[in-house]
Design a protein around this ligand. Structure first.
Ligand code: CA
Length: 377
């Protein structure tokens, strides 16, 4: 495909260059002659070329307007347009409108699209190390994985490994600690997990498999009926905000707190050539807006989870915790999964060692600060 097919340079309408020259509705033109302090910056040119509009084709793995993840990307696209003065446009293609939900990685790698919004653990079939960028069972919270990514070497490893697929990633949101899931029957000991059919993806699924669970992957649209009919016995999803919309509480009333996805990040990833073709200002705009999306989505999950938890309690949903033998078996299984994947894949080993180093330090600080505080609050 010709690259111009997806990064489209088009001449915009007559409103260009003159600041305020295309003043519509509530947009106030700024007269710099009346702002001497601003005027002192006149030698710093605004180089965004409003004659030209760059379009970035971005596909997501979520349906249009999907709460928090889908709407968060829509807000990102709007912010890019606003901050760039309309010279940069992110054209969104929700799940399956241009490429299938789980084909966005390949479509972006090949250059069919410029960017995608999805989750790194979906691509563990390409390289098992990629699952680690989403986080690991008993691993980082959202705050901790952000600190590893930005200041602990995580982003450098991620970019180095994605570059082999012609991709350039950014963080694009975080679900923070996910719930353990919905069970048709209570879990009273590790025995109750044996042979349990559960929808659970990623490293969490591999850990549960070692504990005797039969992990099953199902498309989102089939989970409720499978649970209702007893085709599966349990499912994890995300957290109260999204779980309540799926109605799982009606068919699997035992809701458990979780440790299998403590701080799953979402990704905003660009085709590397598309990215490098952009000007420095355009790259900066996308970087700043992606950083805003990353934090806003995290906080929106928190804000919506607390409201949804209240609603679930009003619906008389009880929140449970796994028995200690289940959690201990999970910790043991995680060590085995990490050892096996590390011995098979040097990329996995390297990324895990970086995570482990950061997590060891982080645990100590989180214990003396957050854990103490939350216990006392
Ligand atoms: Ca999940």
């Amino acid at each position: 495909m010709n690259r111009r097919d997806f990064i489209t340079t088009a001449t915009t309408a007559s409103c260009a260059l003159a600041l305020g020259g295309c003043n519509e509705s509530n947009h106030q033109a700024i007269d710099f002659s009346k702002h001497p302090t601003k005027n002192s910056n006149n030698n710093k040119h605004v180089n965004i070329n409003k004659n030209k509009k760059t379009i970035i084709k971005l596909a997501t793995s979520w349906p249009a307007h999907f709460p928090i993840m889908g709407t968060g990307v829509e807000k990102f696209a709007q912010r890019v347009k606003d901050v760039s003065g309309g010279s940069l446009e992110v054209k969104l293609y929700p799940k399956n409108t241009l490429v299938p939900a789980l084909a966005v990685f390949d479509a972006c790698s090949s250059g069919q699209i410029d960017a995608f919004h999805s989750g790194p653990y979906y691509w563990k079939g390409k390289n098992s190390a990629f699952s680690l960028y989403s986080g690991i069972p008993f691993g980082f919270t959202a705050e901790e994985i952000n600190s590893w990514m930005l200041f602990g070497g995580g982003m450098e490893l991620w970019r180095e490994q994605y570059a082999k697929y012609n991709l350039h990633p950014f963080m694009g949101g975080n679900t923070n600690i996910q719930m353990g899931g919905w069970f048709r029957k209570p879990i009273e000991s590790l025995k109750d997990m044996q042979g349990l059919k559960m929808r659970i993806p990623g490293l969490g699924g591999e850990v549960f498999a070692k504990m005797g669970v039969n992990p099953i992957l199902l498309p989102a649209g089939e989970i409720y009926t499978s649970l209702e009919r007893g085709v599966i016995d349990a499912t994890e999803w995300v957290g109260p905000a999204l779980d309540i919309k799926m109605g799982f509480y009606k068919v699997a009333p035992y809701y458990y707190s979780g440790w299998h996805e403590p701080g799953s990040i979402l990704e905003l990833t660009f085709n590397k050539h598309s990215w490098e073709k952009l000007g420095f200002e355009q790259q900066s705009i996308l970087e700043v807006c992606s950083s805003e999306m990353n934090s806003n989505m995290t906080y929106e999950f928190h804000a919506e989870n607390i409201k949804a938890l209240k609603k679930l309690r009003e619906l008389d949903v009880k929140i449970h915790q796994y028995p200690k033998d289940v959690t201990n078996a999970g910790k043991k299984a995680l060590v085995e999964v990490i050892d096996e994947l590390s011995s098979k894949n040097s990329d996995f080993k390297r990324v895990y060692e970086s995570i482990d180093n950061h997590l060891k330090l982080s645990r100590e600080w989180s214990d003396v600060s957050t854990r103490y505080f939350l216990n006392e609050r």
